[in-house]
Design a protein around this ligand. Structure first.
Ligand SMILES: [Zn+2]
Length: 89
């Protein structure tokens, strides 16, 4: 998670995707979190993608740990923090 300070200064106009936190240039969501028409994908779709991504980063973790980590992360995202599944975690 080390940030290059030079890069951060250059990227001051960048906002982040409200679904996954990825830096984006404009709009609310990145291309990975939207469908072809630009609408935010469903919670189930994003959860499955993020769990798969997290499992690749941390192959030793159990499925339960992965899902917990993804829910904890999604709880910090404006697009998902009020979702019932996130609230119920
Ligand atoms: Zn995103």
């Amino acid at each position: 998670m080390a940030q290059d300070p030079t890069e951060e200064t250059v990227m001051t106009t960048t906002s982040s995707c409200e679904s996954c936190g990825m830096p984006i240039e404009s709009g609310r969501y990145c291309g990975y979190c939207t469908d072809g028409s630009g609408a935010l994908q469903s919670f189930e779709d994003r959860f499955a993608r993020m769990a798969a991504w997290q499992a690749r980063r941390d192959p030793e973790a159990s499925r339960q740990d992965i899902e917990r980590q993804v829910l904890d992360y999604m709880a910090t995202m404006p697009a998902w923090r009020d979702h019932p599944t996130v609230q119920a975690r």
